[in-house]
Write a protein that binds this ligand. Structure first.
Ligand code: SF4
Ligand code: SF4
Length: 365
């Protein structure tokens, strides 16, 4: 039995958000829960509402529907956390995070309506040993445990709370994208024991949270080779190749051409209306033929293949940003080997990681 099914048996009373003045803004913080600024200028800390539908743990069915590719053999796994680090605590019934499995991707935090999920860094400031998410579960006058769990009035109140909190303007960030932080997170990702579906699941959830609908191929489906498809919002139609192993990325442009041919013949989707996207851990080395092939494909077939890294998507999530492929291109080739400007345009400030660090934004030579 999966951990999530086990946890459904644990019941917990929800918390109600009842501040003494209307909230007007949510400010995300490093090393602490979000601050909620009230109209009377007092500030309270975001706390777990014990949402009955646990958006930090599960996607709703409608969030996983891809309108463009209804017959795509999709994996409907509803896990938000790609490493299954979030579970419901067996004693309290509240969501809790296993620091040993958390890769600080920020996906759960970006779905939490009350800003209760934040990130802790352990070790020396200059050389942290660990970065992981934690959930603030403190009760206060503004976040009070509700005792009448089953009344429809309470459920209605909880939904109203969530809608109110979600609608607040957001500022700040979850994690500052520094070299030392990526060092810890990339090493942890490489050493973690994960399911074979992990690369696709991580990519799907990062894309959904940054604004693009994504469906990934069912595990074990051998009739289709592509890793996933994209759709609205974010793009009309798209196709996804995920390659987290460093050498595998070199085959991705050619695999992408196969995918485009299949989509054309089976789904009648023309290449000119398609957003092709390759996602990798790090960018391919500039001396490899990856960028030359991408350029040839553009020059000969007029198909622009986008390239993104997991790290670039983390930076967008940590800054709480979304994008749309209709007005954002992540096209890299032998003449442009950096994602930096594209990312800075979205987050509206300089990105802090050093040039070519772990090849997250620039290629190494
Ligand atoms: S952590 Fe956030 S999303 Fe998860 S149950 Fe608590 S309030 Fe809801
Ligand atoms: S930050 Fe990412 S890895 Fe960590 S608990 Fe949240 S979803 Fe899971």
């Amino acid at each position: 039995m999966s951990q999530i099914f086990k946890q459904k048996e644990v019941l917990i009373n929800p918390k109600l958000f009842s501040p003494n003045s209307p909230p007007k803004k949510m400010i995300y913080n490093e090393n602490g829960p979000a601050k909620i600024l009230l109209d009377n200028n007092t500030i309270i800390s975001g706390s777990c509402l014990h949402c009955p539908d646990t958006p930090c743990m599960k996607y709703k069915e409608e969030e996983l529907i891809n309108d463009t590719f209804m017959s795509f053999p999709q994996d409907n796994v509803s896990n938000v956390c790609p490493t299954e680090a979030i579970t419901l605590d067996a004693d309290s019934g509240a969501p809790t995070i296993d620091p040993n499995r958390c890769i600080a991707c920020g996906i759960c935090a970006s779905r939490c309506p009350s800003g209760a999920i934040y990130f802790k860094t352990f070790g020396e400031k200059e050389q942290p040993q660990e970065v992981f998410a934690v959930i603030n579960n403190d009760s206060s006058e503004s976040f009070e445990i509700c005792t009448q769990q089953d009344t429809s009035k309470t459920i209605e109140h909880i939904e109203e709370n969530k809608i109110l909190l979600e609608s607040l303007p957001k500022e700040g960030l979850f994690i500052k994208e520094e070299d030392r932080i990526f060092d810890v997170i990339y090493s942890k990702m490489m050493s973690l024991k994960v399911d074979a579906q992990f690369p696709n699941l991580l990519t799907r959830n990062l894309l959904i949270q940054t604004g693009t609908s994504c469906a990934i191929r069912r595990k074990g489906d051998v009739n289709l080779r592509m890793d996933g498809v994209l759709g609205p919002p974010g793009t009309e139609a798209g196709v996804l190749e995920v390659e987290l192993a460093s050498m595998g990325i070199l085959d991705s442009p050619r695999n992408m051409l196969d995918n485009i041919a299949v989509l054309n013949s089976r789904y009648n989707i023309k290449s000119k209306t398609l957003t092709p996207l390759i996602v990798s851990m790090s960018l391919a080395n500039s001396r490899t033929e990856y960028y030359r092939v991408i350029r040839d494909i553009k020059n000969i077939l007029n198909i622009k293949i986008n390239t993104l890294t997991i790290g670039a998507l983390f930076i967008l999530i940590w800054n709480n940003k979304t994008f749309d492929f209709s007005n954002t291109s992540f096209y890299l080739d032998s003449e442009n080997l950096s994602l930096r400007n594209m990312l800075e345009d979205i987050i509206g400030r300089k990105v802090l990681i050093s040039e070519a660090f772990l090849s997250i934004l620039e290629t190494s030579k």
